[in-house]
Design a protein around this ligand. Structure first.
Ligand code: PHE
Length: 452
């Protein structure tokens, strides 16, 4: 018999796809993917990233959804139940704890960067009413980063938006936010790609994005490409497991929704690249080594130059903020669901506020690392980059590795087959061996090579 979740259920298959895509598509695609590509030499990074999505990301995405849908509760409790049911070591529950910690860490800096997009949206609103244009985007960006109060304000505003949705719960909160705004973002990106074509630099941009130069690649590149693959698909920290817990058993094929989500996410990242690099190149900016400011220092140049640029700028940063919003709620949801199971469903609001508050305070470290504490270095990184490194590049792949092993070795075949009932036996076998051997091995090699 199919259980339902105490947290509510998605009202339809489409809603789940929208929510999962909303989680996957976010700053990871539009802010992080372009500058990681830029900082890591272009084509070769993109190819490794695509390989990770296909061989590691997609199969683990399916595993997370199926584990969640079988368990129907927050990750920690789902794993507790499964461990009992399958008679395996309690140690597996650690996966859920990694997820909670990674979620809080990621949300802390995610909200800071999302705050930048709110600030830029606001700048374009001001321009509509006659405010000064962003004529020197580099200076505008630098002055934002140099202002801790401004950063803290937008970080707080964004965190508040996130808590509001999560406090309302699945049907009332999450679904409403994703229904219209995701498709709108997609259309806007397409328009920007078309604009990119008019610059005459699309060819060069494509070469930079897709022609691999293997000479610039080392162990660290593999680690960052893999971390990016996990980050962009919201994997390794039980987000997709949590969303899977609210997914009905009947009429929804996990392989299909998995492919839909992974494909959309990848398309958005590549589109973002094709939208941004022509602009970067046409304004004579060096595409290599753009850093986290890349979209903020390059795109405003294009908006300044194009007709109705202010409207585009407003829509772009506004929708990017929304995309970040539908992702940040999914960063907050797993830990919140866990606390709700502790305190009772009446206390969802309190649970969400507690976790978000903790994340917000941690985020202040990222805020300060951009200005007052910019000289502080941990393992050669500033504080924000260090938190990002620990959470994205280490914890997510580690969480994913354990999820793969858990799904591949600890879960019995009956459970897997019930969840993946529409998968032909041959594909099921391929998936199971990807989980058992291929994905864990690839992640392990990358982690070990990068650390040693
Ligand atoms: N996938 C989101 C993005 O690309 C970030 C995210 C990571 C969300 C992990 C949830 C969990 O922006």
């Amino acid at each position: 018999m199919d259980k339902t979740s105490i947290h509510g259920m998605w009202s339809s298959r489409l809603m789940f796809i929208l929510a999962a895509t909303g989680s996957a598509v976010g700053l990871g695609n539009i802010w992080r993917f372009p500058y990681m590509t830029s900082d890591n030499g272009g084509g070769a990074f993109v190819l490794i990233y695509l390989g990770c999505i296909l061989l590691v990301g997609l199969p683990i995405l399916m595993a997370e959804i199926l584990i969640g849908r079988h368990g129907r509760v927050s990750p920690v409790n789902t794993l507790r139940g499964l461990v009992r049911e399958s008679g395996v070591s309690r140690g597996w529950v650690g996966i859920g704890w990694i997820g909670i910690v990674a979620g809080i860490l990621i949300l802390s800096f995610y909200s800071v960067v999302a705050g930048w997009t709110l600030h830029y949206t606001f700048l374009y609103v001001k321009q509509m009413f006659g405010g000064a244009p962003i004529s020197d985007p580099g200076a505008t960006f630098a002055s934002l980063l140099g202002n801790p109060l401004e950063l803290t304000f937008w970080h707080a505003a964004f965190m508040l938006l996130t808590v509001m949705v999560v406090a309302l719960g699945v049907e009332k909160g999450l679904e409403r936010a994703v229904r219209f705004l995701m498709p709108a973002l997609f259309v806007l990106l397409l328009l920007l790609v078309i604009y990119g074509m008019t610059t005459g630099y699309m060819g060069q941009a494509a070469v930079f994005l897709f022609r691999p130069d293997w000479s610039v690649i080392d162990g660290g590149t593999f680690l960052r490409a893999m971390g990016q693959a996990f980050f962009t698909l919201s994997l390794g920290m039980c987000t997709m497991m949590t969303y899977g817990a609210y997914l009905p058993l009947k009429g929804v094929s996990i392989p299909r929704v998995g492919i839909a989500v992974a494909l959309t996410d990848t398309c958005v990242a590549l589109l973002a690249g094709l939208a941004i690099f022509p602009v970067v190149l046409s304004f004579g900016i060096d595409p290599a080594g753009g850093g986290p400011g890349l979209i903020f220092t390059s795109l405003p140049l294009a908006f300044e130059a194009m007709p109705f640029g202010i409207v585009y700028g407003l829509l772009f940063f506004g929708l990017l903020a929304v995309a970040a919003w539908t992702s940040s709620i999914s960063l907050l949801e797993p830990a919140t669901a866990f606390l709700v199971e502790r305190f009772g469903v009446k206390h969802r609001k309190r649970a969400a506020i507690m976790i978000a508050g903790l994340s917000w305070v941690l985020g202040l470290l990222s805020v300060l690392s951009l200005n007052r504490l910019s000289g502080v270095r941990i393992l050669g990184r500033d504080i924000m980059t260090f938190i990002e490194f620990i959470a994205n590049d280490l914890m997510l792949p580690l969480g994913g590795l354990l999820i793969a092993l858990f799904a591949g070795w600890a879960l019995n075949r009956t459970i897997l087959r019930e969840q993946l009932s529409d998968m032909p036996e041959s594909l099921f076998l391929v998936w199971r061996w990807l989980m058992r051997v291929v994905a864990p091995l690839l992640v392990l090699i990358v982690l070990v090579r990068a650390v040693v």
